[in-house]
Design a binder for this molecule. Structure first.
Ligand SMILES: Cc1ncc(COP(=O)(O)O)c(C=O)c1O
Length: 474
């Protein structure tokens, strides 16, 4: 019995969904005809649907505030967007429209913040949470933000040595946070995360170096469980450890008033994605509340740094299927007009699955396929869904008319920086200087600088920050 791709989806998944529906056998994304987009702009194509960002910020706010009201939590929730998930000016300007604060991770990030502040896109009292290893340039950048008059810049110490940098700041009071290192997940090759300060050292560090300090005030304890917010024994165990350290610190540090739960809310990566966001937020907030009641301390202000959750669902990549290669009875390849390995690097680096759907030909029969990119790399392929099921796509037309287009959805976080899109890099760490070394016939060495270390003005330009008019018109 023949059945169409549309039948397959209708029989297998809840469909249509909020962001996806099919009209006249073609896919609509947030009620936008992707066929029309392809007709207008061609393929391959990356797109960013900006309105979803505000929806996601509001959704996170509702989830946490609902959880707070259920357990009588009295302190506020403050959302800060993790800029490393996507640094583009169009993303940050959208995030800022929804009163989100920002979490940053490197020196170039401070240049972005400075630019946004100078252009009036960021308020003086916006929270800027400075995570990550602090290089000299990063410290300089943080100092510059203080000097510019920003009042809620909070460096979060990644190591104990970092403290001395802020002791020399020309300010009466510097508010800091401490990042507490998590234990790594059971399957990890490491015991402890390299990020942050070990739990066993935090209390002594506070007592010896911060308590009674004339300038430094500890305001925030931060943690981020790298596996994300998951209903697992490991996750709850980590949260419990951090909350108890918060309570221990709070009992001796009256300035401490904030707990930063990091990022890690997951995103939809298949049509049958099922995650009870409200329930997990309820559990998390109630755990914090109950521990504070037990220890008789005031509950903390909750900060979050949701990156993927905020921005991933805004992104999509569209490809055209150029042709088919049937290599044996079981393996049929569809070759797309770009590369998967560099457009969506998490696909091979982390074996991450993205939601993938055809854009047209929903009324055609479907076949099992493997997607192949245009590079000559064996890893440039995509073969299974998130449930480890075979990929199916509509058959190609035999006469080349009505070519098949496919879309990878919810790709808006991390993929550009990991792939070096337009010369940007993960956490905006600059590309290093590149030198060429040669040796002449007499054995003498010569050196030539092929490319200088990347400068922040180039990176900011690539991210869309240098067009002042553009910034001002938002
Ligand atoms: C310190 C910190 N906060 C927040 C995030 C954002 O995580 P996610 O994108 O999973 O929300 C990350 C991601 O690596 C991180 O390292």
């Amino acid at each position: 019995m023949n059945s169409t791709f549309k039948d397959l989806i209708n029989q297998t998944y809840p469909f249509p969904q909020k962001a996806f529906e099919v009209r006249d056998n073609a896919l609509f994304f947030h009620q936008i005809s992707l066929k029309n987009i392809i007709e207008k702009f061609g393929s391959p194509l990356k797109l960013t649907y900006l309105p979803i960002i505000g929806e996601k910020i509001n959704k996170a706010k509702t989830l946490i505030e609902n959880a707070m009201s259920k357990c009588g939590y009295e302190q506020p929730y403050i959302s800060s967007y993790c800029t490393k998930s996507s640094h583009f000016s169009h993303i940050l300007l959208e995030v800022l429209k929804y009163n989100s604060h920002l979490e940053i991770s490197s020196a170039f990030d401070t240049d972005i913040i400075f630019q946004l502040f100078k252009n009036g896109n960021l308020k003086k009292d916006s929270y800027i949470l400075c995570n990550g290893f602090k290089t000299n340039n990063y410290i300089k950048g943080i100092r510059k933000l203080f000097k510019a008059g920003m009042t809620n810049v909070i460096p979060i110490l990644d190591s104990m040595e970092e403290l001395q940098a802020y002791e020399s700041f020309d300010k009466n009071e510097v508010h800091i946070g401490l990042r507490m290192a998590t234990e790594e997940a059971p399957k990890s090759e490491f015991y402890s995360s390299r990020f942050g300060i070990q739990q066993s050292k935090i209390l002594d560090f506070y007592k010896q170096k911060i308590q009674g300090h004339s300038k430094i005030k500890l305001k925030m304890l931060h943690f981020f469980v790298y596996t994300g917010i998951k209903d697992t024994k490991y996750y709850w165990n980590e949260v419990h450890k951090h909350v108890s350290t918060y309570a221990q610190l709070k009992s001796i540090c009256p300035d401490l008033d904030s707990l930063n739960i990091g990022g890690g809310l997951p995103i939809q990566n298949s049509l049958d994605f099922n995650y009870d966001y409200q329930n997990i937020c309820d559990e998390l907030i109630a755990l914090i509340k109950n521990h504070c009641i037990k220890k008789d301390i005031l509950e903390p202000i909750i900060f979050s740094e949701f990156g993927s959750f905020t921005v991933a669902e805004s992104g999509a990549c569209i490809f055209k299927v150029l042709g088919k290669k049937k290599q044996n009875d079981r393996e049929t390849w569809y070759i797309v007009d770009n590369t998967l390995i560099s457009t969506l690097p998490d696909m091979w680096a982390k074996k991450q699955k993205f939601l993938m759907l055809p854009i047209n030909r929903w009324n055609k029969n479907y076949i099992p396929v493997i997607l192949g990119g245009l590079t000559c790399d064996n890893d440039d392929n995509y073969s299974f869904t998130s449930n480890k099921e075979q990929l199916f796509l509509p058959e190609l037309s035999s006469n080349g008319k009505d070519p098949l287009y496919i879309g990878f959805f919810h790709t808006g976080a991390y993929q550009e920086t990991l792939s070096g899109f337009g010369g940007i890099h993960h956490c905006l760490i600059p590309a290093p200087k590149h030198i060429l070394i040669n040796r002449d016939l007499s054995g003498n060495l010569s050196y030539e600088v092929f490319l200088e270390e990347q400068q922040s003005n180039i990176t900011l330009e690539n991210l869309g920050y240098t067009n002042k008019n553009y910034l001002n018109c938002r």
